[in-house]
Design a binder for this molecule. Structure first.
Ligand SMILES: [Zn+2]
Length: 404
């Protein structure tokens, strides 16, 4: 009898643990969800617009299998990213198609790598976006250099991700033969990426603005863009060329600029690397940013942080330099930026290097979901366990007022 009782007691405990798991409430029309998917291999953001139109920004895999990967290394990062997106898409109008995909720039941690690439059956290798493409269809794919891939030169583009660019080109060709549209990122454009399911309903309070790419930045007027360099753009490293966008939903604003740079540094050839300052001038205040270049040394400059003044900063991390201590110190220095921001991070590799003091600014790490409610008036941030495949909530913020 005693044994039986303890069995029931144990059962009760296990049930209470199971029922204590809380999951992200289902997406519903009118919500905008921005998922930063944590694998530890590279950036991947998945946006569900208020009418259910979907946008994937980057699908990175640097192929460094020795580094810790989440949830584990039984599958490549691209497959884990696809599994996550497919789960989100169960509640959407189209379960199999990602309406838009955008590659911010041609680096492996944003698109895939030849390192540890899997063989494919369509004439190209599988890593990052080409692997995600095995599990979902893409409506339109946008990158910074289609169709000529010659800015600043063909050599620059090819060397940005040596060995993988030919695979990417073959992937694009194959997908286009099967209905995918391909577009070049148009700097300054309004709604190149737009709602497809119910655009009329949200016409007045939703837009996506293309802010920057290829050394050009939106002027703030119409859809015009202006070059930010006088010298030779062939000196640019690939990060300078990153595509940056701002998504607006009612009062809520979100910024994502890939690995856009914010300052010069001797290790880089070009002395015209500060794209953050002109971008900040036209972008203005936002609620949430994905920090440029994973919070590395040359980004998130004081003017940029001050002007965007985000209430929530997301670090999409894959190394112990994401973010570096100096950038984290700058972002949390009240003399640089007086906002009381909240900090979120996808993985915990930088913990030791940052020291407990700087690390303590972060909420628990994992998949980060920003959910925007009610026509963009309010939003909330959730962190989901990145070491599982059912994604229980491990942290949720208070509901915040957008645009304040
Ligand atoms: Zn990167």
């Amino acid at each position: 009898m005693k044994k039986l009782l303890s069995f029931f007691a144990a059962l009760a405990v296990s049930f209470s643990i199971a029922s204590a798991q809380e999951y992200l409430p289902k997406w519903q029309e009118g919500y905008m969800d921005i998922h930063t998917i944590a694998t530890g291999r590279g950036d991947a953001t998945f946006v569900v617009m208020p009418d259910g139109t979907t946008l994937m920004i980057d699908a990175g895999d640097n192929g460094k299998l020795k580094d810790p990967q989440h949830p584990d290394t039984t599958r490549r990062a691209g497959e884990w990213q696809a599994i996550y997106m497919k789960k989100v898409m169960e509640d959407l109008p189209d379960r199999n198609k990602v309406d838009y995909a955008m590659i911010t720039h041609f680096h492996d941690d944003h698109m895939g790598a030849v390192r540890q690439m899997l063989p494919g059956s369509n004439g190209y290798g599988l890593s990052g976006i080409t692997l995600v493409g095995e599990f979902v269809d893409f409506g339109t794919l946008i990158d910074r250099a289609y169709p000529d891939y010659d800015f600043p030169s063909k050599k620059n583009v090819n060397n940005a991700n040596k060995g993988f660019m030919p695979e990417y080109h073959k992937f694009v060709e194959h997908k286009m033969a099967h209905g995918m549209k391909m577009e070049k990122f148009d700097v300054g454009a309004l709604n190149q990426i737009r709602m497809l399911n119910n655009p009329k309903k949200y016409r007045k309070n939703f837009e996506i603005r293309n802010l920057a790419a290829n050394g050009e930045v939106w002027t703030g007027k119409g859809e015009d863009a202006e070059k930010q360099y006088k010298g030779d753009p062939k000196l640019f490293d690939e990060n300078v060329n990153s595509c940056a966008i701002r998504i607006t939903y009612g009062n809520f604003k979100y910024y994502n600029g890939g690995d856009l740079s914010g300052g010069n540094w001797d290790i880089y050839k070009s002395k015209e690397r500060d794209m953050e300052t002109p971008v900040a001038k036209v972008c203005g205040k936002v609620d949430v940013i994905k920090a440029n270049h994973h919070g590395y040394y040359d980004t998130c400059n004081g003017f940029f942080m001050n002007t965007l003044s985000p209430d929530v900063v997301i670090i999409d991390a894959r190394s112990n330099n994401h973010p570096v201590p100096s950038t984290m110190a700058r972002m949390t220095d009240p003399l640089v930026w007086t906002e009381q921001g909240e900090f979120y991070i996808t993985v915990d590799k930088a913990r030791e290097k940052l020291s407990e003091e700087l690390w303590s600014h972060f909420k628990p790490w994992g998949h980060i979901v920003v959910r925007v409610y009610d026509g963009g008036k309010e939003y909330q941030v959730f962190v989901l366990d990145a070491d599982t495949t059912d994604y229980p909530i491990i942290y949720k913020s208070d509901i915040k007022t957008a645009g304040k």
